[in-house]
Design a protein around this ligand. Structure first.
Ligand SMILES: N[C@@H](CCC(=O)N[C@@H](CS)C(=O)NCC(=O)O)C(=O)O
Length: 226
């Protein structure tokens, strides 16, 4: 039987995480199909790793090797135009995504209607076209590609260096850790008011089951494919 009440679903994600991109696109596509209030929550995966004593899978050579195949399989499955990063250590660890995640946090606070679009554009830059997402001019380009107005982009670029935004990102990261997060994507399904944690973009059949919904594969309506 189909669900009658709407379920709050929180997606904790970082654009450094390719698996988060798959989970993000799947959940966005399911908005019109599931009785779900999707809450996009940018967090800082580096902080989660540090706090929980976990480490990025690519730091374990055999996992890193496996991921190269697994990511391309998932990209085809989810219909997401991901390409492997040529120098992942430099891009993901040395350059990192702290600034990008602060920028998204500022957008989520001031112009939440653009959070989905700018997140997607940042993923396209880093995980599809191999482009920078650290320099402010490149964050600006991502926001413009998501149709944000110049004046709002400038506002968020300024705000991302403010302590209020830094603290808000820290708070999201802490909230995720409190739910039990150790990686990304972390999906919290508030099932009958009780938070249930799911790790990964490969848990949708279980998420659907707990929500009393149907998992119809990664693209329930093909017109939204990237
Ligand atoms: N099996 C998961 C893998 C997700 C994954 O490896 N996420 C990375 C970030 S891209 C992570 O946080 N890993 C932590 C861990 O594996 O402990 C999926 O298909 O989504």
């Amino acid at each position: 039987m189909a669900a009658l009440i709407r379920t709050k679903v929180e997606l904790f994600y970082d654009v450094v995480s390719p698996y988060s991109w798959f989970g993000f696109e799947a959940l966005c596509r399911y908005r019109p199909h599931w009785k779900m209030d999707l809450v996009l929550r940018p967090f800082f995966l580096g902080g989660v790793m540090n706090e929980t004593g976990n480490r990025p899978p690519m730091m374990v050579p055999s996992k890193g090797l496996y991921m190269q195949k697994d990511l391309l399989r998932n990209a085809a499955y989810f219909g997401v135009p991901l390409k492997l990063i040529e120098d992942p250590f430099h891009v993901m660890i040395e350059k990192g995504t702290l600034k990008a995640q602060r920028f998204l946090t500022a957008i989520g606070d001031k112009h939440p209607e653009h959070l989905e679009g700018v997140s997607r554009e940042l993923w396209k830059r880093i995980w599809s076209r191999g482009e920078d997402i650290v320099e402010e001019e490149n964050l600006h380009l991502a926001a413009k590609a998501a149709n944000m107005e110049d004046v709002h982009v400038q506002e968020c670029l300024k705000l991302m260096n403010d302590s209020s935004v830094k603290l808000a990102l820290k708070k999201s990261t802490e909230d995720a850790i409190e739910y039990g997060a150790f990686g990304a994507p972390t999906i919290i399904v508030h099932s009958q008011g009780h938070p249930e944690i799911f790790f990964g973009s490969d848990r949708f059949p279980l998420i659907a089951q707990i929500m009393n919904e149907e998992w119809k594969g990664p693209a329930p309506g093909t017109k939204n494919l990237l």
